[in-house]
Design a protein around this ligand. Structure first.
Ligand SMILES: C[S@@+](CC[C@H](N)C(=O)[O-])C[C@H]1O[C@@H](n2cnc3c(N)ncnc32)[C@H](O)[C@@H]1O
Length: 215
């Protein structure tokens, strides 16, 4: 079975959790992995959440150094089994099967996230984004994507409880982006086009120094 066929089969099986009909394109994968860069300063720890069939993972693995590590957290056991088989010979890669909310995360230099937040409720999204930003080391980055143009469309076409969910979700995502985003980019070469957001831990607020206070 090809990767595209497996992905589509899982989409029909678990539509909300899979969140896309096809794996990310190479262009989207490159944008998502823009900050997975080798470090001369020492080994790097990378986390990918929601790797699916591994379309983004292979770009991450290409840029890993010999001592770097990659944790893959995938909720769908069929995708997780495929990833475990693909990277069975690579000691740098560890596959954790289950929801990211249920994992004990380490601390990471780079987090790449493929989760379909548009299908989640606001509380789950807030919890996950909070944990991912919280797992970043100083100077670390989190990159994730959403399909371009979807938020306004969802607002127009949702009704009742669905509209409430969309409003709450947009508010949560808006707050996280306002606090942590340092760059966003549009990737047209994906079906559908996507918007990639790059985040970093916010600098701690500096307490004002009282005038005349001794040092
Ligand atoms: C949109 S697909 C992205 C797949 C891949 N990263 C890509 O870009 O082609 C979302 C993936 O997230 C996984 N997923 C959904 N909810 C999850 C959760 N709470 N924890 C871990 N993985 C989750 C799904 O099983 C699916 O493989």
């Amino acid at each position: 079975m090809t990767e595209v066929t497996l992905f589509f089969r899982e989409f029909t099986r678990t539509r909300r959790a899979t969140g896309a009909i096809a794996p990310s394109s190479p262009r989207l994968a490159r944008a998502l992995t823009r900050y997975v860069i080798p470090s001369p300063g020492g080994p790097r720890a990378v986390l990918e959440v929601g790797p699916g069939s591994g379309a983004v993972t292979r770009h991450v693995v290409e840029s890993l150094g010999p001592l770097d590590t990659l944790d893959l957290v995938e909720a769908n056991p069929r995708f997780a089994a495929l990833l475990a088989e693909t990277y069975a010979g690579d000691r740098r890669v560890r596959v954790l099967t289950g929801l990211v909310q249920d994992q004990e995360l380490g601390s990471y230099d780079t987090v790449v996230c493929g989760l379909p937040f548009a299908n989640f409720d606001a509380a789950t999204t807030e919890e996950i984004l909070g944990r991912l930003v919280g797992a970043l080391r100083a100077g670390g980055t989190l990159s994730y994507f959403a399909y371009a143009g979807m938020p306004p469309l969802r607002r127009v076409f949702s009704a009742g409880a669905g509209r409430v969910r969309v409003r709450q979700l947009d508010a949560v995502v808006g707050r996280v982006l306002a606090r942590h985003r340092f760059r966003s980019e549009t990737v047209l070469g994906n079906l559908p086009p996507a918007r990639v957001h790059h985040l970093a831990p916010a600098a701690p607020a500096v307490a004002p120094v009282a005038v005349g206070a001794g040092v």
